[in-house]
Design a protein around this ligand. Sequence first.
Ligand SMILES: C[S@@+](CC[C@H](N)C(=O)[O-])C[C@H]1O[C@@H](n2cnc3c(N)ncnc32)[C@H](O)[C@@H]1O
Length: 224
Amino acid sequence: MPSWDELFKEKKNILDFPQTEVMKFVDRLESTFDRRPLAIWDLCCGAGRNSVAIADMGHNVYSSDVSPTGVNNLQMLLNSKDCHCETKVCDMSVNPWEKRDFDGVFCWDAIHHNTIGNIRNTVGMVHDSLTNGGLFMASLLSTQSGQYNKGRQIEPNTFVNDKGSESGVPHHYFDQKEIIDLFKDWKICILAEVVVNYIETENEFYKNNPFPYTKWNILVMKES
Ligand SMILES: C[S@@+](CC[C@H](N)C(=O)[O-])C[C@H]1O[C@@H](n2cnc3c(N)ncnc32)[C@H](O)[C@@H]1O
């Protein structure tokens, strides 16, 4: 049953290009706040592709993930660079820094790897860690996704696959009502369900699929 830590031990599982949505989130932060550098937390940073890109832009980056192998990869990428990026290995529900004034936090393709109770704790912790007016961006799985209902259900809308590259990793799927409830203490700036409708697929297409799956994207603000 491979964990993300095991997956990151193989180069083929490490993406090296930054996520477009994350770069646009940094644009949004730069137009929201005049101060420089900004303090940006890459929550569940994986092997560090987004952290490195943002640190290269001159911002102060804080990166955490439960996978030591992912965080080591990020540290290797940072070795030859003169930029600010602090790394920690820890669970997503924990703020390992004293900082409570982050300008922005993002969690790309990760926060749903949990049970709903831990996801709620994580969103609450992010709220406590942001400055007033600070922004949080996340992608979350949708109950409209083709992967919904696959695997063993361990609680409502949370499934664990016993086969495949993410076996053993929980996946929580959200409908609109639950996602709005999850962010009830925030100002929702943008909530979008990005729907991808697969019309024809070859066998096991998901093993090497360049296209995305149906997901929620959310951008929220901590109000004072
Ligand atoms: C699909 S990868 C995304 C990585 C990164 N955000 C990116 O876009 O490249 C999911 C990440 O979530 C991390 N993760 C899963 N459960 C976690 C937890 N409970 N606490 C912290 N990180 C976790 C994994 O180690 C993995 O790095």
